[in-house]
Design a protein around this ligand. Structure first.
Ligand SMILES: [Zn+2]
Length: 218
């Protein structure tokens, strides 16, 4: 399916959903200093051929404007004539869609996701044991133990992609970049948002639990 074959109303629905999520996350302070990015897929999917809307680079995400999003293809190239540039991290979205076939990907920088990515860096994952909210990822085992992968952060973003290819765990709908932020995804925007909220809860829990164990908190 070419981009031109995707109905306009489907593209408008995706932009509408992304705008609402952008406003919601901005109100939580999840886009400090224009950081973070959001994307949502449109049209049919094949691992080597798909399209998605993604946040434009360098915009203030607390404002809503006609320049907030643009559509790109599986290589991160704009589908239409535009002066807008896709987010510099669009290649990471491309790889997550290619590997998972998901419907939406949200990326935020928060203090807790940065702290745990550094604290657990030597293990290359954040361990979480038996916390109820693990069920948000559709993992229902009693006392489930999960490991949320952490990959290197490089200024040259395409260098991050091979580590994502290697470390992405199909059971866990998220991956941390060291001292950078989380990418969370889901079959649609609702699922991706649920997963992102669950990750942020679990990161704060993991951080506070480490402090408690060390006797340095509350
Ligand atoms: Zn980022």
């Amino acid at each position: 399916m070419s981009f031109a074959d995707i109905p306009l109303e489907e593209k408008q629905r995706v932009i509408g959903e992304l705008s609402a999520i952008k406003a919601d996350f901005a109100s939580r302070g999840w886009f400090a200093g224009t950081s973070g990015n959001l994307s949502m897929r449109v049209g049919e999917y094949r691992p080597d051929a798909f399209h998605f809307a993604v946040t434009a680079s360098g915009k203030d995400k607390s404002k809503s404007t006609p320049e907030d999003f643009l559509f790109v293809d599986q290589a991160g190239k704009p589908c239409e004539t535009t002066r807008l540039k896709p987010s510099a991290e669009t290649v990471i979205h491309c790889e997550i869609y290619r590997k998972t076939g998901c419907g939406a990907i949200f990326h935020t920088h928060t203090v807790f996701n940065n702290l745990v990515s550094e604290w657990f860096w030597e293990r290359r994952h954040v361990p979480v044991e038996g916390v109820e909210l693990i069920k948000a990822f559709n993992i229902w085992d009693e006392e489930a133990v999960i490991q949320i992968p952490i990959v290197s952060n490089f200024a040259d973003v395409p260098r991050i992609v091979p580590e994502i290819t290697e470390k992405l765990d199909p059971r866990i709908p998220g991956i941390l970049l060291r001292k950078h932020g989380i990418y969370a995804w889901g079959e649609d925007a609702f699922a991706a948002k649920r997963h992102l909220e669950a990750f942020e809860f679990l990161f704060e829990y993991a951080y506070r639990w480490e402090l408690l164990k060390s006797g340095k908190a509350l």
